[in-house]
Every structure is written in C-alpha cells, then in structure tokens.
Design a protein around this ligand. Structure first.
Ligand code: CTP
Ligand code: MG
Length: 229
C-alpha cells in the first residue's frame, strides 16, 4: 500500500500507573494496543508499524497478529525509544517499499474510529500535513501567578488528536532536521511545521480521546461495556 501507519506504543504510562506498559493494559478482555490495532486494520489497507516498549516486542507481535487477520504481512514490530519522538523515528526507519503517506498514531487512543484514520490519510497532499482536532469546550484563562490576566479566545484553539498524516518524504526530512537540531516537539505536526510545511486540521472524534490517567481508562471501559453505562 502507498500508506503506512506508525502506531507508537512504547511509552511506560507513568500517569496511568498500571503494572504494565500502558499499551498492554487491558480495557476489557483486550488490551489498549489491540483495540487501537483493530481500528487500524479496519481502515483502508496500509503498512502497519507497531513501535513497542523494549522487552515487550513479543506481546506487541501477538496483538498485531490477532488484529491483522489476513493482512498480517502488512505488519511489523520495532522497538521504541526513550521519547515519543524517538519512537516515531524508529517507526520511520522501519518503513519498506514505496510508501508515500505516513500516519503517526498513538496506541493510547484505542477507540479512534477507522473512519478517522481514513479521513486523515485522504486529506494529506504533496506538502500538507493533517491532524484531527476537536473544538475546545472549556473556558480558558491566561494567568500570571495567581492573577487571571485574560480570557483566551476559544475560537482560535483546537485540541489535537491522532493519527496525524504527512507526505513521507517531507516528514522524513523534518525528522532529520529535528535530529540535527536536537529539538523535541510536542507532536509530529509541530515538528513538521517547524520544517516550514503547512498543516491543516479536520474534524476529530470524541471517542478518539487519549488514555492518560485512570479515569480515562474507566471511560474507555464504560464505552465498551454492553450496557454502555
Ligand atoms: N510513546 C512512545 N514512546 C515513548 C513515549 C510515548 O511510543 N518513549 C507513545 C505512547 O505509547 C503513547 C503515545 O506515545 O501511545 C502518547 O504518549 P503518552 O500518552 O504520554 O504515553 P506515555 O508516555 O506512555 O504516558 P506517560 O507520559 O504518562 O508516561
Ligand atoms: Mg508521555
């Protein structure tokens, strides 16, 4: 396929505080990673690179095989790095063949619908990066110490999700630049924009939230439970 999806799953999940890496924690009978991969393999056929925590490559391989079905030859597991940026870089090095579009997806967003993955892939052009995002609903204030300085105009803000999609050649160059400069970026879109390329946003989905703290895991459990409590 001309598209590859790098699923970064190498984080430890410090804020979740479980006794396993976050991607391998169970939501129901299936792990966070398995749920993420189920949606990835329901999207249009793509090469899938799972970036696993060091020492857990075998577990990631099992989850990949279970989710991939007859697309198993499209999948590959590599070992992640100390930061998310290094894990994505490891994923980029593992691409093979003539991939033209690369999506980078957080395993920690396990309920991200396949349709969101497809929409991002379709919106990528020769030079344009794409991220799914939601409007910001909270009332935000800029503060200075204890003083409230001003209200922040919500209409200028969105909350970014994944997958984020990019033309492969420009993303690889942007990662090489970041490596040279030693800069660490908050997400792939920021790294890509720092190399001078445009990024657009498309509508995200409420269910594509990231599992960060225990309450997020509970939310995912509720959404997946038969009673939808
Ligand atoms: N990630 C990764 N390699 C790292 C750090 C993060 O592949 N060295 C991945 C995580 O597995 C996750 C995504 O990047 O899918 C988003 O990161 P985050 O939610 O911060 O996960 P963790 O870093 O694992 O969590 P925490 O920051 O609480 O430790
Ligand atoms: Mg982290």
């Amino acid at each position: 396929p001309a598209t590859a999806i790098i699923v970064v799953a190498a984080g430890s999940g410090t804020r979740l505080g479980a006794d396993a890496p976050k991607a391998l924690v169970g939501i129901d009978e299936h792990s966070v990673l398995r749920h993420a991969l189920d949606q990835v393999f329901q999207a249009a056929p793509a090469q899938v690179i799972v970036v696993a925590p060091a020492g857990h490559e075998g577990d990631a391989e099992s989850e990949l095989r279970a989710a991939a079905g007859d697309r198993v030859e499209l999948g590959r597991v590599v070992t992640g790095g100390a930061t998310r940026q290094q894990s994505v870089a490891a994923g980029l090095r593992a691409l093979w063949g003539d991939v033209e579009t690369v999506l980078v997806h957080d395993a920690a967003r396990p309920l991200t619908p396949a349709a969101q993955i497809d929409a991002v892939a379709q919106a990528v052009t020769d030079d344009r990066g794409v991220l799914p995002a939601l409007p910001v609903v909270n009332t935000l204030k800029r503060v200075s110490g204890s003083a409230v300085v001003e209200a922040v105009d919500r209409s200028e803000l969105v909350a970014a999700q994944t997958p984020q999609g990019f033309p492969r050649a420009l993303l690889e160059k942007a990662y090489a630049l970041a490596l040279d400069s030693g800069a660490e970026y908050t997400d792939d879109a920021a790294l890509y924009a720092a190399a001078g390329h445009p990024v657009v946003h498309i509508p995200g989905s409420p269910v594509a939230f990231k599992i960060t703290v225990p309450a997020d895991l509970e939310r995912a459990r509720r959404l997946l439970s038969p009673e939808r409590g």
